[in-house]
Design a protein around this ligand. Structure first.
Ligand code: UD1
Length: 424
């Protein structure tokens, strides 16, 4: 699938932000721990969520979708084995390990795939589960976690504040005997949302949002209702897309504190804001100033906005430096952005961007979700036509992408099938 952009038209107006992909992808698996019915609201209709729902159905969770609300219930026996084909596609399938081993004493999850942005091992997830008494092995492409006599609480020290390992550790600890203390935990807002949802279901999790999280094990969880937080990465993506042409752009239904690391950098680049309740209005006069950006765990600058920020800086006055500190191989956008006229050099995990005055459209290829978003942002600002191949990568994480962009004045359309031209 392709996205065709007629670029060079500044965007402005208002866009409503959807629920957070990464919060949905951890709170949906948490339902495995519950006994009653759960209703999760503000769930985005994106491909990654659809795959996760199929995985849940595949292991025995009843799923009923009504627009952005999803009703889920574990009815009958759960299957500890996650279906291979779908499970392998989605990195977040690893987030079923903790809940399944906690609930059933056994979990079999395909070694995960996901965005191609580095090797992305899951050793920290396994170390955390082992600290709670699980035995973890890899066989025939499956990660197997076993705890036939149940899990027990204990201290967990994470070598790095991994988001997924923290989530798995919390979910496993919720039904473990005794208390678990997770040290060097990730502090991302999605972790706080997971803890909030679990506590609504009857868990005892305190400290989420700090680097020490305490979980007191309980005998069981009921279901409950929870509304997922807004997507801070989608928020940042639309802000940056709008600011490429100066704006003004308003993002609605957001939690402004969750995007502070981005707002701080944009302010340095000369962007002005008005933050009011759950809305941010942003605009920029003239070209942005060059800045230095370094990705770090929350509350540092998010790695998931690094490619989009790189696109924004293509048109800055001066030389910007972007350092990627979370993933070892996350500059897949650089060569494609050069096709649009960007002047970027990379050395290891650093990109040096010499700002230019204009970009020009070209055919480019999306190879992962956020890399694809960076191509959309640059394509919208580039004069002439940009055709982005690999639109399915964007569909993994952006709900109603063309519709939202069109609402801001973009000329974009989707081509379902590539026309084959045969010359005779
Ligand atoms: C989550 C997000 C992803 C985001 C990332 C960092 C979801 C579904 N995905 O991914 O969008 O880019 O956080 O904010 O929430 N690592 C290990 N061993 C492990 C686990 C991680 O070495 O067991 C490394 C990774 O390779 C990476 C770093 O730690 O270099 C950060 O990964 P992590 O925080 O775990 O990211 P994810 O949970 O996979």
């Amino acid at each position: 699938m392709q996205l065709v952009i007629e670029g060079g038209r500044p965007l402005s107006g208002e866009v409503t932000i959807s629920g957070a992909k990464n919060a949905a992808l951890t709170i949906l698996p948490a339902v495995v721990l519950t006994e009653g019915e759960s209703v999760l609201a503000n769930i985005p209709d994106i491909a990654d969520v659809r795959v996760m729902l199929r995985l849940l159905e595949g292991i025995g969770v009843a799923v009923e979708r009504e627009e952005d609300r999803i009703r889920l219930e574990v009815r009958g026996p759960l299957n500890p084995e996650v279906p291979y084909a779908d499970g392998k596609q989605l990195r977040a399938s690893s987030l079923l390990l903790g809940p399944l081993v906690a609930r059933l004493g056994e979990a079999r999850v395909p070694l995960p795939g996901g965005c191609k942005i580095g090797s992305r091992p899951i050793d920290l997830h396994l170390k955390a589960l082992e600290a709670l008494g699980a035995r973890c092995t890899v066989e025939h492409g499956y990660v197997i976690a076993e705890a036939p006599y149940g899990l027990h609480g204990g201290p967990i020290y994470l070598d790095f504040p991994s988001v997924g390992a923290t989530e798995n550790a919390i979910m496993a600890a919720v039904l473990a005997r005794g208390t678990t203390v997770i040290h060097n935990a990730a502090r991302e807002p999605e972790i706080v949302d997971l803890a909030t949802a679990l506590n609504r279901f009857g868990a005892k999790v305190v400290g989420a949002g700090t680097d020490v999280i305490r979980v007191r094990g309980v005998d069981g969880l009921s279901g409950g209702e929870h509304t997922i937080i807004p997507d801070r990465i989608e928020t940042g993506t639309y802000l940056l897309a709008g600011l490429m042409g100066g704006g003004p752009i308003t993002v609605r239904h957001v939690i402004p504190t969750h995007v502070e690391p981005l707002l701080a950098k944009l302010e340095e680049a000369g962007v002005r804001f008005i933050v009011e309740g759950d809305q941010i209005r942003a605009w920029l006069e003239g070209r942005p100033k060059a800045v230095q950006v370094k990705t770090l765990p929350y509350p540092g600058f998010p790695t998931d906005l690094q490619p989009q920020m790189t696109s924004f800086l293509l048109l800055a006055e001066g030389t910007s430096i972007v350092s990627e500190r979370i993933f070892e191989d996350r500059f897949g956008h650089v060569d494609e952005l050069k096709r649009l006229g960007g002047r970027i050099k990379t050395e290891g995990r650093t990109a040096v961007i010499e700002g230019v005055e204009r970009l020009t459209g070209a055919p480019v290829t999306a190879t992962d979700l956020r890399q694809g978003a960076s191509l959309v942002i640059a394509g919208l600002a580039a004069e002439g036509e940009t055709v982005i191949d690999g639109l399915e990568h964007l569909d993994r994480g952006y709900e109603r992408l063309e519709e939202k962009l069109a609402g801001l004045g973009a000329r974009v359309y989707r081509v379902e099938e590539v026309e084959e031209r045969v010359w005779v």
